[in-house]
Design a protein around this ligand. Structure first.
Ligand code: ATP
Length: 297
């Protein structure tokens, strides 16, 4: 499978802070890859290094087959980038902004331009500095979609937006996702879960987990084992079972590789075993609680 983004042992040090610690990331072409992790995990640093906006301390990154450090204007014809912290030319009107960008891209799609302006209800005569946060984000996203990039990189696009604007942005994105790779960093796990095909979890500059969303949600279960009397645990506790908790005659844990047969065999004295699917938020809370090393895919 071809990778839209590939990094090898990427490290980035800011003085004594190690923002990236040997990051190895593979983002398959055509995927919608959610790059999640707590504040300070290194997501923005990784994105900026991938786009050659920052130099790595060691290691390397490739984007659409080209080494990041060799990316040229020609390569950026195929890469859209929208960041929460992006500075737009605030003094321009929406119309002037798009007219300024248009000659920079060979693949600018005038029809799509009109369509995006309609869909996002962008006011052509309004100065960018007068737009609300949500409107600015829509203008930024439209400016990155309009030249039909092969790869779209979004750094925290939903932060601080109300649910309505978030939904409009996601819809605008999904309407044009075909044939494109979307790499999106976010804290918004509920939103991400609704549309991402892959997820990577970064913590402390390390990628703790990277896999297809449905594989991840398939393998995690919240298991509850009910006994008639005393709880009996297996002699050897499997390393894939996290956060065991006991209350009365009930034992609960998180199975990170759900295997009903192993559960049944491990608790022969149980009256019943229930296994509930977990959403992304509860999966990451379970991982955060337990230390993640043993549960990588
Ligand atoms: P957030 O979700 O809060 O945006 P993040 O996952 O994007 O965080 P980064 O912004 O990449 O994380 O920061 C990673 C680490 O590097 C943090 O400890 C941060 O304080 C540090 N850092 C980032 N930029 C710089 C810089 N220019 N100089 C020094 N340290 C920095």
């Amino acid at each position: 499978m071809s990778m839209a983004i590939h990094t090898e042992r990427l490290t980035k040090r800011y003085g004594s802070t190690e923002a990236l610690r040997g990051l190895g990331l593979d983002v398959p072409e055509g995927s919608i890859y959610a790059f999640v992790g707590p504040n300070g995990a290194g997501k923005t640093t990784a994105i900026q290094t991938i786009l050659n906006l920052r130099q790595p301390t060691t290691g390397r990154a490739q984007v659409l087959g080209t080494d990041s450090r060799a990316l040229t204007h020609e390569n950026f014809q195929h890469i859209g980038y929208v960041s929460e912290n992006q500075r737009l030319p605030e003094w321009m009107t929406v119309k002037e902004f798009f007219e300024y960008l248009r000659p920079l891209y060979k693949t600018w799609d005038a029809e799509l331009h009109a369509e995006l302006h309609r869909q996002f209800d962008l006011p052509p005569g309004r100065k960018l500095k007068q737009l609300s946060r949500g409107m600015k984000m829509k203008a930024a996203l439209a400016s990155a979609l309009v030249f039909r990039p092969q790869l779209l990189i979004l750094d925290e696009p939903f932060t601080g937006l109300d649910p309505l604007v978030r939904d409009e942005l996601i819809q605008g994105l999904l309407d044009r996702a075909e044939g494109m790779t979307i790499f999106v960093s976010s804290h918004d796990l509920a939103e991400i879960e609704s549309f991402a095909s892959h997820v990577g979890y970064l913590e402390n500059g390390r990628l703790c987990l990277s896999e297809e969303m449905n594989v991840l949600t398939e393998r995690f279960r919240e298991v509850q084992v009910i006994f008639d009397g005393e709880v009996t645990r297996p002699a050897t506790w499997p390393k894939d079972w996290l956060s065991p908790e006991q209350s009365g005659s009930i034992l609960r844990f998180v199975d990170t590789r759900y295997n009903p047969a192993l559960c049944q065999a491990s608790f022969p004295a149980a009256r019943g075993i229930e296994a509930q699917p977990m959403n992304l938020r509860t999966i990451f809370v379970a991982l955060a609680r337990s230390g993640r090393e043993g549960v990588r895919s």
